[in-house]
Design a protein around this ligand. Structure first.
Ligand SMILES: Cc1ncc(COP(=O)(O)O)c(C=O)c1O
Length: 417
């Protein structure tokens, strides 16, 4: 049963939102970096550790059986969250680990192996996590890494994409939502281009998973990753989702215990996916707590929550736009978006902006947000990023806007200077 959306009730679930920063209420607008955790998540992890902690898939004792059941139930819950089957969901330590797993696995053998002369296509809007593993793969194999440019308004240049994606393309990897621009990229169009040439698609769903309903099998992509700590879950856990036949075709990337059937001194045989990709001791309490996070999310009317976030998005972007001396990265009304926006306060360094906002209790991210090429594209090295969550209020957006509107005056730049 889902509850009607009530932001005050949602906020009451997050103990950290009661924090004060120098006597001012915390306005947490850094959920794009990491989300806060509702009480249900904190309790689930603690309860597991207090009552069921044990290694999974080994041991005949009661606790081991209970832990295994909770761990595998978590897989079912998190798989459902993205519209998938549990066998298609590989636990990873986060999105970065998932992307390294895919790029690493494609690099050394198997039917999908990347070879010299192949092409890997990414976008100019990648988080480094969806760029550097592909750079490394290209360097190791002799493949060529190409990128889809970002236009001035932040949209992907889809004409260039259509030209770039060709018969040599073996992988097209892209973010569902840019972690700088907040723009939702055209997944279906990219999938059509990739499928047209038989290339694999890899979706970085880190910034969409907290804000959009995901149906990964229906999206048409072949593989996708996301991080637990950005969907109100704990650190140290994420997931790689893959189509059955794609996971089946990938060789293991990391090897060791837990992922084998038979081992001799010379060789090993591997379990089928997902265990084939889950070597070593598993992040059990984290998986259980991530399942609690998606169950907690599912208790709310998500359509109403998304409508609330859409209001925040509009208020944030239009409010920033109306302040003198603010430049938004990816300023377009044409795109679907989430409530995440990077901006520059002209004449003031992003770090100085961040510190001034912090003195008002407002937490934002400053820097390149692990997207240096995208900042370079806009002629910048750093920006300020505000990102909202299900618990953000319109009043909090207004607090940010009010603080931002005073920044240039505070530093003596702009009209008064
Ligand atoms: C779009 C995107 N991709 C990948 C990542 C990497 O996620 P993690 O550091 O949790 O592995 C992030 C985190 O900021 C992100 O925003």
């Amino acid at each position: 049963m889902s509850l009607p959306f009530d932001v005050a009730a949602v906020r009451a679930d997050f103990p950290i939102l009661e924090t004060e920063i120098d006597g001012r209420p915390l306005v947490y607008l850094d959920s794009g970096a990491t989300s806060q955790k509702p009480r249900a998540v904190l309790e689930a992890e603690r309860e597991f550790l207090e009552q069921a902690n044990s290694a999974v898939h080994r041991g005949a004792h009661t606790l081991a059986a209970e832990a295994t059941e909770l761990f595998e139930d978590a897989r079912v819950t998190v798989a459902e969250f993205v519209g998938a089957e549990p066998e298609q969901l590989v636990w990873t330590s986060g999105a970065t680990a998932g992307l390294n797993l895919v790029a690493g696995s494609l690099g050394y053998r198997g039917d999908l192996q990347i070879r010299e002369g192949d092409e890997i296509v990414v976008t100019e809007a990648e988080h480094h996590a969806n760029l550097i593993p592909w750079q490394e793969l290209a360097a190791r194999t002799g493949a060529r890494l190409r990128h889809i440019p970002v236009l001035e308004d932040g949209m992907l240049d889809m004409h260039a994409a259509a030209e770039l994606i060709g018969e040599r393309t073996k992988v097209v990897a892209f973010p569902h939502v840019s972690n700088v621009l907040g723009i939702v990229n055209p997944v279906a169009k990219l999938v059509t281009l990739a499928r047209g040439v038989g290339a694999l698609t890899v979706l970085d769903a880190c910034q969409s998973a907290p804000h959009l309903r995901l149906d990964l099998p229906a999206s048409g992509v072949d593989l996708a990753v996301f991080s637990g700590h950005k969907v109100y879950g704990p650190y140290g856990i994420g997931a790689l989702w893959g189509r059955d036949e794609v996971l089946e075709a990938l060789p293991p990337f990391t090897t060791g215990g837990s992922m084998i059937t038979t081992v001799t001194l010379d060789r090993a045989e591997y379990l089928p996916p997902p265990q084939r990709f889950e070597s070593g001791t598993q992040p059990v309490s984290q998986a259980v707590a991530l399942a609690a996070a998606v169950r907690w999310l599912g208790e709310h009317d998500l359509d109403a929550a998304h409508a609330h976030e859409a209001v925040l998005e509009k208020r944030l972007r239009e409010g920033l736009r109306s302040i003198d001396g603010i430049r938004l990265l990816g300023d377009t009304d044409a795109a679907e978006r989430v409530a995440l926006q990077a901006f520059e306060v002209q004449g003031v360094h992003a770090h100085d902006v961040g510190q001034l906002l912090d003195s008002r209790g407002v937490a934002v991210r400053v820097g390149h947000h692990c997207a240096q090429p995208l900042h370079r594209r806009f002629g910048m090295t750093a920006s300020v990023r505000a990102s909202a969550a299900i618990h953000t209020t319109e009043a909090e957006i207004d607090t940010l806007l009010d603080a931002v509107s005073g920044v240039r005056g505070f530093f003596g730049v702009g009209a008064a200077a």
